[in-house]
Write a protein of this length. Structure first.
Length: 450
């Protein structure tokens, strides 16, 4: 008996230590079994307490009267499957007549407390079937991407969602996106993950970094074109517009609209073209859009030229394989004419920690009020946590794994041979020679030694 008590004490102590220091290991070793038993044992009473039951049907009541049996109980959603994952449980439910997926979503917070889980989210798989994903611990506190990722061309895993599933940036589904966030909110890390995910793919990367290139120029070996000031950015965007028009001419020449060609083979964008004719897709990363839109002049031709080119690329660039990834601290009408028109074309929205509610409304005000509330509640100490949504109104809390600038540079250098040489952008190809020492030093140490 003493040996059993000692062994039990050691197991409990080990479980407590794992839960404190390594919650993922605790979940895989102890938590998943305890949570599954807790859900199965409490399921009936929790459904009744949360109001997720329906009264018995009339024919069952009539049958009970005729046979002089007790009144049948209210029916709860039927469990189709309970599947454990590395971060939680996935519960698939069959709804009863009269129930809706919104009923489960509205009760998600009560389900979280009742089942003693960290988080509960749900989504409708098909009519009458709802999937409830429950996480057993805070997966965003220490982000670990799954070992198996569904990576496809133009589909990059950039972050982890709060339900434990990876968050993908799919350019084929959502061509253009906007990323907002205050200083030190995690935008740069998110951008590095995006570049690191695109680097092994057959895609041309084009960067506009008006902070003198401090964010994107270290990754220059994987970029086909880079601009570090508004003047160069204006010329680069004009060259992209010219490339877009040339690609449309190619698509039109290869549409093959004849009676003998099936409808599925008629080309309408670059992905319908044969592999040997398909132009290289281009991803344009704008690091700080305010530097392009702000101007000291009331009517600045350069500023109007830049915004006009961005709007044209956002409206027409998808079929030509040109995708926009625009980042900024704020993105609203105060940046001048054409900004709201550009924002309307940016389907994907990602908001890191913002300093005011107005900034969150810039990203999600026209999409989801709940996402606005979630964006302004991100704590300052949780750098990298963001709210990701799209024009459908759905949103998720995500966090990108920390990627240092050194790691991103190594990945870009490793895949530098994949950098395509685009003739239209040859004038903006970054120089890969080592940076010479600045003529004027700003550090005290350098000034003393000089």
């Amino acid at each position: 008996m003493t040996a059993f008590t000692v062994a039990l004490t050691l197991v409990v102590a080990a479980a407590g230590l794992l839960r404190w220091r390594r919650p993922a290991w605790y979940w895989l070793s102890f938590g998943v079994t305890l949570a599954a038993l807790r859900v199965l044992v409490r399921y009936g009473s929790v459904m009744d307490a949360c109001g997720l039951t329906v009264p018995p049907s009339r024919w069952r009541l009539g049958l009970a009267r005729m046979t002089n049996r007790p009144v049948p109980e209210s029916r709860r959603p039927r469990i189709l499957r309970l599947r454990p994952t590395r971060t939680g449980l996935v519960l698939r439910l069959k709804l009863r007549p009269g129930q809706d997926a919104f009923d489960i979503a509205a009760a998600s917070d009560r389900l979280r407390h009742s089942f003693s889980m960290y988080g509960v989210t749900c989504r409708e798989l098909r009519s009458g079937v709802v999937e409830v994903r429950m996480t057993g611990y805070d997966v965003l506190k220490r982000v670990q991407m799954p070992a198996k990722l569904d990576v496809r061309p133009m589909r990059v895993p950039v972050a982890l969602r709060e339900d434990g599933s990876p968050h993908y940036r799919d350019y084929r589904a959502i061509p253009h996106a906007l990323t907002l966030g205050a200083t030190e909110s995690g935008k740069s890390v998110y951008q590095r993950n995006l570049v690191a995910g695109l680097a092994p793919m057959d895609v041309a990367l084009v960067g506009i970094d008006c902070k003198q290139g401090v964010e994107l120029f270290p990754l220059a070996r994987r970029f086909s074109a880079l601009a570090d000031n508004p003047d160069t950015a204006a010329g680069l965007l004009d060259a992209l517009v010219a490339r877009m028009e040339d690609v449309y001419q190619l698509i039109r020449a290869e549409q093959r609209i004849t009676s003998a060609i099936p409808d599925a083979e008629i080309a309408a964008d670059i992905w319908d073209l044969p592999d040997h004719l398909r132009p290289t897709p281009v991803v344009v990363l704008v690091d700080e859009v305010a530097e392009l839109a702000l101007s000291t002049k009331k009517n600045d031709p350069r500023r109007d030229r830049i915004i006009r080119a961005l709007v044209r690329l956002a409206q027409l660039g998808r079929a030509a394989g040109i995708y926009l990834e625009i980042c900024g601290q704020r993105f609203g009408s105060e940046l001048g004419d054409g900004i709201t028109m550009l924002r309307a074309q940016l389907t994907g929205r990602t908001a890191h920690r913002v300093n005011d509610e107005t900034s969150a409304k810039m990203a999600f005000g026209d999409i989801s009020p709940d996402a606005v509330l979630a964006a302004i509640q991100i704590p300052a100490e949780m750098r990298g946590v963001a709210i990701a949504g799209d024009s459908t109104g759905g949103w998720h809390r995500i966090r990108a794994p920390h990627t240092s600038l050194r790691q991103a540079v190594n990945i870009c250098n490793r895949h530098a041979h994949r950098t395509p040489d685009l003739p239209e952008l040859a004038a903006f190809r970054p120089a890969l020679s080592s940076v010479s020492q600045a003529s004027v030093s700003l550090s005290k140490t350098a000034s003393v030694t000089a």
